[in-house]
Design a protein around this ligand. Structure first.
Ligand SMILES: [Zn+2]
Length: 313
């Protein structure tokens, strides 16, 4: 199809380089020792944001040894151990600590996920996903009692009925649909700015295979029927708790009928169409951090231009 290999470089947010070491999560003595170890690194997560510092090469997470981390009774998420044996924790707080003495600034994943090192991006996405889940699952879905955090942030237990609740991940499909002429179908969601086109996407429904989900979503949103579906790659997308499953999909019809609810406009683009639309500014390239950009790039055959002419990273 193209010379570009979908796995030739890691997708943003997907590679942590960290062993999650899940077997330690229930070992309180091990966790306490790891927490106070001098090489341990801790960062604070609050409302999906962390503190970062700008460097000549990008940005870095602001991490401190645990003894220097803000005090807390709980909300410590054990994230894992790297190749050097460094243990990482995130500390969930109501607000980010003020660090007036250093050039640190708050930032969210959408802004810095593609700028952090793969290791730090992986740590941040893990922490943000846990925080999102914790925030929205404070009460037992079985009996309604308030639940408590366990397993270093990875379980919520109900003291009333004994239920254990685990972090959830919601599967979503995202697909680049192509037709017989190898044109790509891109759509603009109703709440997107003029000119922002991207791949179609949607949530997998109960009782559905992911291939069925791809076909249903494309038909619902654009009125196009899809035949062959092939898996490309996945990307955690904790906004708040999705796992994006990326596909290439082959259309078996060409007429477009957008639903008008999710998708405002959809169009078939040849590569020349898309390049011309990027160059004229009629179409804005997708955000570099997202798997959508990778899927489009895979079809396009080379890195997509960015506004101003530089390729997306
Ligand atoms: Zn309960």
């Amino acid at each position: 199809m193209t010379e570009l290999d979908a796995t030739s470089k890691p997708l943003s947010l997907t590679y942590a380089g960290v062993d999650r070491a899940a077997h330690h999560r229930l070992d309180e003595a091990w966790l306490a020792a790891a927490w106070s170890h001098p090489t341990t690194r801790v960062f604070v997560v609050s409302g999906g944001q962390v503190l970062v510092e700008d460097t000549p090469d990008g940005v870095e997470l602001v991490m401190t040894p645990a003894f220097d981390a803000p005090e807390t009774e709980q909300h410590r998420y054990f994230l894992g151990i790297d190749d050097e044996g460094v243990r990482y924790f995130a500390l969930q707080k109501d607000s980010l600590p003020g660090r007036m003495d250093e050039p640190a600034r708050p930032a969210g994943l959408r802004e810095v996920g593609g700028l952090l090192s793969p290791l730090e991006a992986g740590l941040m996405v893990h922490a943000v996903a846990l925080e999102n889940w914790q925030r929205m699952h404070r009460f037992c879905s079985r009996c309604g009692e308030r639940t408590v955090i366990a397993a270093a942030g990875h379980i919520r237990r109900c003291p009333a009925c004994g239920a254990e609740h685990y972090p959830r991940t919601d599967p979503a499909v995202i697909m680049l649909v192509t037709d017989d002429e190898d044109r790509a179908l891109l759509g603009r969601q109703v709440h997107w700015p003029e000119g922002r086109f991207s791949t179609l996407a949607g949530f997998v429904e109960p009782g559905e295979s992911i291939e069925q989900s791809v076909r249903r979503e494309v038909f619902e949103e654009a009125g196009v029927t899809v035949g062959a579906v092939s898996y490309v790659a996945s990307q955690p997308w904790p906004f708040p708790s999705s796992l994006m499953l990326g596909f290439m999909a082959q259309a078996t019809s060409a007429d477009i009928h957008v639903d008008g609810e999710e998708i405002h406009e959809a169009r078939w683009f040849s590569r020349d169409d898309l390049r011309a639309a990027f160059e004229s500014g009629e179409v804005l390239p997708p955000y570099g951090i997202s798997i959508a950009a990778r899927l489009i790039e895979l079809w396009y055959g080379k890195p997509l231009p960015r506004q101003g002419g530089t390729p997306a990273t």
